[in-house]
Ligand binder design. Structure first.
Ligand SMILES: Nc1ncnc2c1ncn2[C@@H]1O[C@H](COP(=O)(O)OP(=O)(O)OP(=O)(O)O)[C@@H](O)[C@H]1O
Length: 469
């Protein structure tokens, strides 16, 4: 109790922590809570599962209790599932305050969300796309008095990857006061630090855990070098092994695409494994249901895309298997961070094909440690190889018979329509953006070449002059 008391937190909050089994502050909490209470902006970079959520929830609740009003705080997060998880922490820790929260995420009813927003909840937890839609389309709520803006998984929110939140963030930042406290958290903040600094203005306090290794100590990190064609047989073998050896282990398997996720789930089901899929082509209600059933251990195996790679906190997960080697080290860090959380141990196995060895090297370079080879009895894998390959093919044929690929296109269009965008216009805009990007790249290359040429010419002129002298 002393530990939290020293940080300046009130007794009622500390008692709430105790009820959640949080007895002693973790380093990220110890270091970030005091500056947040002092009114400073804060960027916290700490390993996965180290309690970053409570590091911002606790001081916000304390400040809210001193001056309660709505809307007091806005939390942005990249995925819908994560929004619900964060809301739960606010709810549990803020229970004595009678905290009113509101979750604003895509895939759910917009009208009821608008109604909730108009009731001035203390805390709004949102994914950027849907919140921006509400701001654009409604004048029944105001975020002009917001005191805290939190960006959880801040690097993901600010990076310009496949889901680019730039436009939505601009809308949101325009609707909240410039005078606010901004809190940014992630396990991989340092890459995008400069961009992050431009979002936080108020004497930002930056804290990063000192450990050189970027993954947690209790995590056993292995790789398995496998030929592409026999990958699934290795996967089935691994799962069978874990299931035989450990009764109550849960496993998350990460795949690179929704289709692969779906096929693997169909395949594992045919082998009678208790598995469930989670990917963005599922309806939102199905996504929540799948996650709920996995969390309650009804299903022991979750096969997911990177939708589930960040933030999800499921203590029973003992093993993470990367069915594909992640293309970026930071994706690897977040994926394997779904196990070995809050001091527990865990195992991560990455399946590596001959084409992915360079990816493993860049992962090792970034996490500052070597992955160790996982030993497998090859003869046991060979025994099931034909059966697994035949089953996979049967599942692929079954999926081809459905409208999975078409659905993907339709889903994309539906999503755009829901967001109030014209799918055809969006496609045109995307193509134009691509064209512009290419032109910009070409222009940059052209400038670079011109500079290089100019430098070479200068050197040549100097050399010529010297020779003439
Ligand atoms: N001081 C603490 N002592 C023990 N457990 C804690 C403490 N703080 C938080 N926890 C628990 O640790 C787990 C992980 O916390 P949290 O989800 O906030 O991690 P995180 O750092 O945000 O991880 P990620 O980077 O994966 O999002 C949660 O179940 C949380 O209740």
């Amino acid at each position: 109790m002393d530990g939290f008391m020293k940080l300046g937190l009130s007794r009622w909050l500390i008692e709430q922590c105790m009820q959640m089994g949080i007895r002693k502050p973790s380093p990220v909490q110890e270091n970030c809570i005091p500056p947040i209470l002092e009114g400073r902006d804060c960027m916290g970079c700490a390993k996965t599962g180290s309690g970053k959520t409570a590091a911002f929830v606790l001081p916000i609740l304390q400040k809210l209790s001193e001056d309660p009003y709505g809307i007091f705080c806005l939390v942005l997060t990249p995925t819908r599932e994560l929004a619900y998880q964060i809301a739960e922490q606010f709810r549990v820790l803020g229970k004595p305050l009678g905290l009113k929260d509101c979750i604003i995420v895509g895939g759910m009813d917009m009208v009821s969300q608008a109604l909730e927003l108009s009731k001035k909840p203390h805390v709004v937890i949102a994914t950027p796309g849907r919140l921006a839609d509400h701001i654009r389309s409604s004048n029944t709520f105001s975020m002009k008095r917001i005191k805290f803006l939190v960006m959880d998984e801040a690097d993901r929110l600010l990076e310009q990857g496949c889901t680019d939140f730039t436009e939505e963030l601009q809308v949101i930042l325009g609707a909240i006061p410039a005078k606010r406290q901004t809190l940014l958290f992630s396990a991989t903040l340092t890459d995008t630090l400069q961009e992050l600094k431009s979002v936080a203005m108020n004497k930002p306090f930056f804290w990063e855990s000192t450990s050189e290794v970027k993954t947690v100590e209790q995590l056993d990190q292995k790789y398995l070098l496998v030929p592409e064609k026999v990958k699934d047989a290795y996967l089935v073998h691994l799962i069978q092994k874990f299931q035989d050896e450990h009764e109550d282990w849960s496993i998350i398997i990460f795949t690179s695409t929704c289709k692969d996720c779906q096929i693997l789930n169909m395949m594992l089901r045919r082998f009678n494994f208790p598995s469930i899929a989670l990917h963005s082509m599922m309806k939102q209600k199905e996504r929540f249901a799948a996650l709920g059933r996995f969390k309650s251990s009804f299903y022991k195996i979750l096969i997911a895309t990177d939708l589930a790679s960040r933030g999800l906190d499921i203590p029973t997960v003992q093993v993470v298997i990367n069915h594909n080697t992640p293309g970026l080290p930071k994706i690897y860090i977040h994926r394997v961070g779904r196990t070995a959380r809050a001091g527990r141990s865990g195992l991560a196995i990455t399946l590596v094909t001959q084409y992915d060895i360079h990816l493993v090297h860049s992962i090792e370079e970034q996490i500052k440690m070597k992955l160790i080879e996982y030993a497998v009895k090859e003869s046991e894998v060979l025994n099931i190889l034909t059966q697994v390959n035949v089953t996979r093919r049967a599942c692929e044929i079954k999926l081809e018979g459905t409208d999975f690929d078409e659905k993907k296109e339709i889903n994309k269009r539906k999503q755009l329509i829901l967001e109030g965008k014209d799918p055809d216009l969006e496609a045109k805009r995307k193509a134009e953006l691509e064209k512009l990007k290419k032109q910009k790249k070409k222009f940059k290359e052209h400038i670079r070449d011109a500079i290089r040429k100019e430098k070479d010419d200068q050197i040549r002129r100097k050399q010529k002059k010297k020779q003439q002298e």
